[in-house]
Design a protein around this ligand. Structure first.
Ligand code: GLC
Length: 746
């Protein structure tokens, strides 16, 4: 058969199948219906090896640069049918322009997928994921991803490289900003909520994004907290602490996975067949496709597990990695590798099939322009409702770390407020990192937010005072002057938006520059001072914490940052956020996390003089702020913790009273310690929480149930099972302040 006839046959087949599909019963986002399966089978029969390699190729458009390699002739290659997907592309016009190339200038007219890093919002930018995690509000987190998906799909996108679900216990690593913090169980809950938010119930709805669980695996545990660093841990630790959030994404139906840059125990993830095939597909049943991280195949040569990129491509495709992001290695080498019988056509076909199935599920074969709806782009982006929700998300992500003498909320009778600090009037920094299509010009700064809260007879002054990260003190005098004349001072301190995120590890994580000095100078004036802290990671703010100031953790709040923070500062919203990552006193304590082990020589505060115990000579073992910590403008009292065993379960009840003078939400946390196991167990493990509104003067009774499955843990043979025995149940307002009860479950 000549090429010309092949072309005609393919085109005819496609039209027939397209018509059939439109009337076929689609099976939703879970499976592929028989008609679509036939379409894919027939496409595979007609595709050349070059076209197949093309479907496994993801190129960047250059609208946003998120990695080292830049140059590729992506438009020319689209027309040759040698590109399967594009990223860092958005707006209806641009997506339509590129999709038309695929649909009108290629032999087989296979639609492209369009992806982007919609990490915490698309146009409406929400707080960074580490901040949203501190809301402990799964519904709110899911809703923010729902809105992100609505906006992103209104601008032509159908795939996001999120959620990032890497557990991280090292705040030197800048990418903690993108995740849910240090806890495996909470991280799994949040991972599932984010996948649900992005993908909704129906891939074909047109306003849902295919999600991408990343970075698989254990990218959050680099040695030294240095990005892209070596990861080396036992299989037991991998299973116990790092893998569950990825598995939670599979269970939530995530459509794709992304490999991580790092190696684990000598094997780069992108070449790790055990990880990508045996575990992910055979054990976990993942049915989507796997994309590499940015040129991570090419980077295997740097890792040193291969001599050249061609062999790296061989290793990756044979490991079960289906699509190459930006590296062009499949395009360049799969045809040769197949001819040399180093990669089977079956392996290549399987990868292509998974990519084509995703395109079917996204409805792209039915209508390649389904995400190119100008009306949606005009009407469904940055709407008042979306912005209102973003404002709420800012407030519920804030964590009140300190509030001596109830400095906050700002008194109603205040007549003048001085806002001082490099983050007070900075629109750009409010977005944080991974800002997607966010428009910094539309961000509300802290000063703007405060000004919008007060009436005309309240003065709001602003002075920068200093920069975030240099030694220039020339702004101190001007700052001191406005503090002098104000009733109340707000210090806007922290990191700039790019000191966290990818390729942004730091060895010193105190306030950078001369911000501590500025704070100490202002505090000397004796005015009430509250600090709004802007950061993408836990900071070792011991020096600041020694000052008599209130400290509100605000993260990077995104488009509505200033408004949401002002709602908390003025008491419109009573803060209820709780840290999902430990704040160390200093870098020497790192890694520091709440669910550590007792060791054979535990430090006992009651015997602080003991020498031969696990302690530092120069610092407490305790963090500055522990996991689960966060204050309220009211207070809560815990009592009447009762446990009983019934039907092989532990039933827990507790009473929580609002002992303060205003309504407030409390995240009531349930931790467990398994006293004895064949594998040593952590001192505490989060096993549940309830976020409840308790009116002032009200007492609520809360119930929790723990099953043997909840209490099971991995063993050296990597089997997870329960061991009977004594358990200590802890309930409290954070991982340190708890009431407890011992109970035996057999
Ligand atoms: C980056 C990041 C990854 C991101 C990808 C595309 O290097 O590691 O998280 O999704 O490239 O921008």
């Amino acid at each position: 058969m000549t090429i010309g006839n092949k072309f005609k046959l393919a085109a005819i087949l496609n039209i027939i199948l397209f018509a059939a599909t439109v009337y076929g019963q689609n099976t939703g986002d879970k499976g592929i219906n028989p008609v679509d399966k036939t379409r894919i089978d027939n496409l595979l029969k007609t595709m050349t090896i070059e076209e197949k390699a093309g479907q496994l190729t993801l190129f960047m458009s250059g609208w946003d640069v998120t990695g080292p390699k830049l140059d590729n002739n992506y438009k020319g290659l689209i027309k040759e049918g040698k590109v399967g997907a594009l990223f860092n592309v958005y707006t209806v016009d641009y997506v339509r322009e590129l999709q038309k190339m695929a649909m009108e200038e290629t032999r087989l007219k296979i639609p492209l997928i369009f992806g982007y890093d919609v990490i915490h919002g698309h146009r409406t930018i929400f707080p960074i994921p580490l901040g949203q995690a501190c809301s402990w509000d799964m519904a709110a987190i899911e809703q923010s991803e729902r809105i992100a998906a609505q906006e992103a799909t209104a601008e032509g996108l159908n795939w996001t490289f999120a959620p990032m679900v890497d557990v991280a216990r090292d705040p030197r690593w800048g990418r903690v900003a993108e995740g849910a913090g240090e806890d495996t169980w909470l991280g799994s809950e949040i991972a599932a909520a984010r996948v649900r938010g992005f993908q909704g119930k129906d891939y074909k709805a047109g306003n849902t994004l295919m999600a991408c669980a990343k970075h698989f695996a254990a990218y959050g545990a680099p040695q030294g907290g240095r990005d892209y660093g070596t990861v080396d841990m036992s299989q037991l630790s991998l299973y116990e602490w790092y893998l569950p959030p990825y598995k939670a994404c599979v269970d939530a139906g995530v459509g794709s996975f992304m490999t991580s840059f790092n190696e684990i125990a000598g094997v780069p993830s992108t070449a790790n067949k055990w990880l990508m095939t045996d575990l992910l597909r055979k054990d976990w049943g993942f049915g989507g496709f796997v994309v590499t991280d940015y040129t991570s195949i090419n980077e295997m040569v740097n890792h040193g597990n291969t001599e050249n990129t061609k062999d790296a491509a061989r290793q990756a495709i044979n490991a079960g990695v289906d699509m190459d992001m930006q590296g062009s290695t499949y395009l360049d080498f799969l045809p040769e590798l197949m001819k040399e019988k180093k990669v089977s056509m079956a392996t290549i076909d399987n990868a292509v099939r998974l990519v084509l199935e995703a395109k079917v599920k996204l409805g792209l074969f039915e209508d390649p322009y389904r995400y190119c709806n100008k009306t949606r782009q005009e009407q469904e982006v940055m709407t008042p409702d979306q912005l209102a929700f973003a404002r709420k998300m800012v407030a519920v992500s804030c964590v009140l770390l300190k509030n001596p003498k109830q400095v906050l909320p700002i008194p109603e009778n205040v007549k003048s407020i001085a806002v001082i600090g490099p983050l007070g009037d900075s629109k750009k920094d409010m977005l944080g990192n991974w800002t997607a299509a966010g428009e910094w010009e539309k961000c509300v700064t802290l000063v703007e937010g405060i000004r919008s809260m007060v009436n005309d007879n309240v003065e709001v002054y602003y002075e920068k005072g200093c920069n975030t990260n240099d030694l220039d003190r020339s702004g101190f005098d001007a700052a001191q002057k406005i503090a002098d004349k104000a009733d109340f001072v707000i210090l806007a301190l922290g990191e700039n938006g790019w000191m966290s995120g990818e390729a942004a590890s730091r060895t010193r994580i105190d306030l950078p520059g001369v911000q501590n000095e500025l704070a100490e100078l202002i505090v000397k004036l004796g005015k009430p001072v509250a600090v709004a802290l802007f950061n993408g990671r836990p900071l070792a703010i011991t020096r600041l914490n020694n000052l008599p100031v209130a400290i509100l953790e605000t993260w990077f709040g995104g488009t509505q940052a200033g408004n949401g923070i002002a709602d908390v500062l003025f008491g419109v919203v009573n803060p209820a956020g709780k840290l999902t990552m430990t704040f160390p006193r200093n870098e020497g304590q790192i890694p520091i996390f709440y669910n550590g082990k007792n060791t054979g020589r535990p430090y006992n505060p009651a015997d602080s003089g003991a020498k031969y115990v696990s302690r530092y000579l120069d610092c407490s073992n305790d963090p500055l702020f522990p996991f689960g910590f966060g204050l309220s403008y009211t207070t809560f009292a815990y009592s009447n913790l009762v446990t009983n065993v019934n039907g092989g379960k532990i039933n827990v009840t507790v009473q929580v009273a609002n002992s303060g003078n205003r309504d407030g939400e409390e995240v009531v946390q349930l931790y467990v310690r398994d006293k004895v196991g064949t594998i040593t167990r952590p001192l505490k493990e989060l096993k549940g929480f309830q976020k409840v509104l308790i009116r002032k003067g009200e007492t609520k009774s809360l119930n929790f149930t723990l099953t043997k499955e909840d209490l099971a843990f991995y063993h050296p043979d990597l089997k997870k099972f329960f061991e009977p025995g004594e358990f200590i149940i802890y309930i409290g307002t954070n991982s340190q302040e708890t009431i407890s009860k011992s109970v035996v479950l057999n």
